[in-house]
Design a protein around this ligand. Structure first.
Ligand SMILES: C[S@@+](CC[C@H](N)C(=O)[O-])C[C@H]1O[C@@H](n2cnc3c(N)ncnc32)[C@H](O)[C@@H]1O
Length: 284
């Protein structure tokens, strides 16, 4: 699959998910957004760019941290995400925040525009993550920081349940092309940052426990985010059987009194511009 096509498909998935994204009563994106902003040490008065802002899990804590003397700009390629988050920003009366359609692969701002560039659970979705990270470095002021979050480990029950769903995909349907993961572990992340002329200052792991009333609630949550990319390829007449198989795989996640609990580990990486390493493209 070409990188352009991959990007279009990704954005289409989030466009369809936008109205329910992070609105299904499941604690997941919210606490991770707060962690990302805290790790980035966003300060009052900072100028912040939030790439792939979605429904604002990073944007709103960043806006609180900068306060009205700062400025927070969110960009997302899915127009529905931008429209709904803009409504939320307006409702909250945040005059120092704006949200616009923009590409996280190559954000269109002058070099040195921001004190902080934040990317919550988005860089691994991009056609060329290494190039994107290099672009974020160019957007930082000399003392600026980049903070990104990426997946470290999924709950084993989640992995088994997703495998159970994937077993119902048509044999001739689209399959993700195998590729090297530039965020697979601390070593790979450090190499990705170094290649982008950035120096890692910290990589920390954060765990979030997500609770679900039952398997139907878990499926509703899947439809509300990137997992929709898999679900939408399961033929409608196989969805019930796929859900039954996923329910079986989720049994180890059942908690006393009913419901399910899944724990996800996320890495937050903070990086700064490498001192003295000017990017030749910066002046162009
Ligand atoms: C998993 S969500 C994360 C949203 C938010 N940062 C959060 O933590 O909840 C990924 C977001 O990135 C957006 N996205 C995907 N590819 C993008 C691109 N090339 N440019 C801008 N946004 C993109 C999607 O539309 C979606 O809103």
């Amino acid at each position: 699959m070409s990188s352009g096509r991959r990007s279009n498909t990704t954005v289409e998935v989030f466009e369809q998910a936008a109205s329910s994204y992070d609105r299904t009563g499941v604690s997941f994106f919210g606490p991770l957004g707060v962690d990302l902003v805290r790790c980035a040490s966003v300060r009052p008065g900072d100028r912040v760019l939030d790439v792939g802002c979605g429904r604002g899990a990073v944007l709103f804590p960043a806006a609180e941290a900068t306060g009205p003397t700062g400025r927070v700009t969110g960009i997302d390629l899915a127009p529905a995400m931008v429209a709904l988050t803009t409504e939320d920003v307006t409702r909250a009366g945040l005059a120092h925040v704006d949200v616009r359609v923009g590409d996280a692969q190559q954000p269109d701002f002058p070099p040195g525009s921001f004190d902080r560039v934040l990317a919550g659970l988005v860089v691994f979705l991009l056609p060329d993550p290494g190039q994107a990270i290099r672009a974020y470095g160019r957007l930082l002021r000399p003392s600026g920081r980049l903070a990104i979050s990426t997946f470290a480990a999924q709950d084993p029950a989640f992995v088994a349940a997703m495998d159970a769903l994937a077993a119902h995909l048509p044999a001739d349907g689209p399959r993700p092309a195998p590729s090297a993961d530039p965020f697979a572990d601390d070593k790979a992340i450090t190499a990705t940052m170094t290649a982008a002329r950035l120096a890692v200052t910290a990589i920390t792991q954060h765990h979030v426990e997500s609770r679900f009333r039952d398997v139907d609630h878990w499926m509703t949550w899947l439809w509300s985010h990137g997992a929709r990319a898999l679900l939408r390829h399961i033929p409608a007449d196989r969805l019930d059987a796929a859900t039954t198989d996923a329910a079986r795989a989720l049994e180890p996640a059942r908690v006393p009194g009913g419901g399910l609990a899944l724990t996800t580990a996320i890495r937050v990486t903070v990086a700064v511009r490498t001192p003295g390493a000017a990017d030749p493209e910066e002046s162009s």
